[in-house]
Ligand binder design. Structure first.
Ligand code: SF4
Length: 265
């Protein structure tokens, strides 16, 4: 069996505790307006043209984004960084896209990571079947779990899917006693209003202490140029990036509710 992977990030320090190796699975059932990894959305390898500069001139270069890899190939890559991960109490994070969209391959890779003794984290949208989630429950030490909007209609509008299954799965993971880092993209005018913040806080407080950290991820427009490259529509034109003061205010709000909070993960 092979998995479709679009990137491997070494020495990652924002994807869970310690220094980590993060593997990015290609393919996501959501299509968030603000996605900064549009290259991770389609579940197939993609040919794109990038422009490289050489001696002041532009040269178009064809590249393939997404590579089918075996668990063995990935483990060889991961094991190269073993010493950094072990000495920093880090580990391996499986991200995307949505890693659970390649559920069987994800399970095999987690099994291999566990055999090697690594701490494992899965960064997920939570938009998956309960059966899929159960398969990786015991193999996953930490879930990095996205909470994008509490209103179902708004969630559907901005991500393409309902939030119902996502919130039910989050409640399930908390009830199973799993450790959770909640990842909240902060998008001005879309999910940073009073009502949504209040509902999010109330929901997270109801998860019985399973939330070990809240990561507030400020929206940025750095990925805008990628959309054209991948032939996708960029729908965030005119949406401002949140200011430092607004982010700090939000952080204090979550801290007062009793959460450990980081800006930027
Ligand atoms: S869930 Fe993540 S990877 Fe998928 S579209 Fe949304 S932001 Fe992009």
């Amino acid at each position: 069996m092979k998995g479709l992977i679009f990137d491997i990030k070494r020495y990652a320090v924002h994807d869970g505790p310690g220094i980590r190796t993060t593997v990015f699975f290609k393919g996501c059932p959501l299509s968030c307006w603000w996605c900064h990894n549009p290259e991770g959305i389609r579940k197939e390898p993609e040919e794109v043209i990038t422009v490289q500069k050489m001696e002041g001139k532009d040269f178009p270069v064809r590249e393939t984004v997404g590579r089918w890899m075996t668990v063995g190939e990935l483990m060889r890559e991961i094991n190269r960084e073993r010493v950094f991960m072990e000495e920093s109490d880090g580990g391996v994070t499986l991200s995307g896209g949505e890693p659970l969209w390649q559920g069987d391959f994800l399970e095999d890779l987690l099994l291999a990571c566990k055999r090697e003794g690594y701490h494992t984290a899965v960064d997920t949208t939570g938009h998956t079947s309960r059966k899929n989630l159960r398969k990786i429950l015991e193999l996953t030490d930490l879930f990095l779990y996205d909470v994008k909007h509490m209103d179902e209609a708004e969630h559907l509008k901005y991500t393409g899917v309902s939030n119902r299954q996502i919130l039910e799965n989050l409640t399930f993971l908390a009830a199973e006693g799993k450790d959770l880092y909640i990842r909240i993209p902060v998008i001005p005018g879309i999910n940073d209003g009073e009502e949504n913040t209040e509902k999010t806080l109330r929901f997270l407080k109801g998860l019985n202490g399973a939330v070990k950290e809240v990561d507030l991820l400020p929206y940025h427009a750095l990925a805008a140029h990628k959309y054209e490259k991948f032939g996708m529509e960029y729908r965030m034109a005119g949406v401002p990036e949140p200011g430092e003061k607004e982010m700090e205010k939000l952080k204090v709000r979550y801290e007062k509710a009793g959460f450990r909070v980081k800006i930027g993960g």
